[in-house]
Design a protein around this ligand. Structure first.
Ligand SMILES: Cc1cc2nc3c(=O)[nH]c(=O)nc-3n(C[C@H](O)[C@H](O)[C@H](O)COP(=O)(O)OP(=O)(O)OC[C@H]3O[C@@H](n4cnc5c(N)ncnc54)[C@H](O)[C@@H]3O)c2cc1C
Ligand code: FES
Length: 287
């Protein structure tokens, strides 16, 4: 708890503070049966600029507030883009917002993906389920900076074909030169002609030069652990593996301790971490 007691509160306040800005939903797009993507614009001022991997706290008046990753293009500051799955009271309320309705936004918050670590190397993004939302800004960034990277690959796994997030976009990326996309599902009907199996099976075949690869992972924690193991087995240094973690968040700025994981406050020190910094903590049940 010592980290919590030594917080620099004025600095935290500058990085978003506790006061939400009012945004309006400009467009609402259904992605999956339980997921929507909202494009939101502030009532005053320019939309926030952000780095891939950062998140905001979204507040629905009278219901509550949740942390949501920014899933838009960091190079396109027209609107704040976020994809939300309806699982509980607040996320259901966010998903239920109609175009023109308002909500509160705090942020951007959190430590971004260290995309600069991939300069001159192969970049592999490994995402599971909704984990494609926090990693999509990396892909936008990588496509805009292709000259700085040796190659880009996306390894994506989800439960079933109807749970493939951003499916049209994945299809478009798969025909983009210099970008390899591998998709697998846990189970599928006979009409699915794609791959069935776990995401980790795709990692080794898609690696070009493990010693020169930086990997960024987001999805269920069990998937990320197995993916990190598969990368290590194939020869990727664990220091070159980064992942994004989720814990229940309240303040989002390092004040309340709700998101503590061992010595880390995920909202302040994460959500993106180098794998060695959290590897042992991830194996402790219910930490
Ligand atoms: C850094 C960070 C980024 C996040 N980014 C996103 C994002 O981009 N999109 C998004 O939809 N959510 C995201 N979340 C999760 C989000 O903050 C909420 O935890 C989630 O929406 C549930 O909140 P709730 O209040 O609606 O439900 P709660 O009342 O908290 O939970 C209702 C039930 O759903 C279960 N549940 C909670 N979270 C999930 C989940 N993610 N998947 C399945 N079941 C769950 C709970 O165990 C509980 O049983 C992120 C969380 C963090 C910390
Ligand atoms: S310390 Fe409050 S949510 Fe992280």
């Amino acid at each position: 708890m010592s980290d919590v007691q030594t917080l620099d509160r004025p600095q935290a306040a500058q990085s978003g503070g506790m006061l939400p800005s009012v945004y309006e939903v400009r467009t609402r797009r259904r992605e999956l049966v339980d997921c929507v993507t909202l494009e939101m614009v502030p009532l005053e001022g320019a939309p926030l600029s952000f780095a891939p991997g950062q998140f905001t706290m979204l507040y629905v008046h009278g219901i509550g507030e949740i942390a949501v990753s920014i899933s838009g293009n960091p190079g396109n500051g027209e609107a704040l883009v976020q994809t939300v799955r309806s699982v509980g009271a607040v996320s259901k309320a966010v998903c239920g917002l109609a175009e023109g309705e308002r909500l509160g936004v705090r942020g951007p918050l959190g430590v971004p993906w260290p995309v600069e670590q991939a300069f001159g190397k192969h970049l592999m993004v490994v995402a599971g389920g909704l984990g494609l939302a926090p990693t999509r800004p990396i892909i936008y960034w990588a496509l805009a900076n292709r000259d700085l990277l040796k190659s880009i690959s996306i390894v994506y796994g989800t439960r079933s074909p109807d749970q493939i997030l951003y499916a049209p976009q994945l299809l478009g990326w798969s025909s983009t030169q210099g970008l390899e996309v591998g998709i697998t599902v846990d189970r599928a009907g006979e009409d699915w002609t794609g791959r069935v199996g776990v995401v980790t099976e795709l990692i080794a075949p898609m690696l070009q030069d493990p010693a020169e690869t930086v990997a960024m992972l987001c999805g269920p924690e069990i998937m990320m652990r197995f993916a990190a193991d598969a990368l290590a087995d194939a020869g990727v240094s664990q220091d070159d593996v980064y992942l994004s973690l989720e814990r229940n968040m309240k303040c989002g700025i390092g004040w309340c301790g709700h998101c503590q994981l061992g010595p880390h406050l995920l909202c302040r020190d994460g959500p993106v971490f180098a794998y060695p910094a959290v590897r042992d903590l991830m194996t402790v049940w219910e930490l």
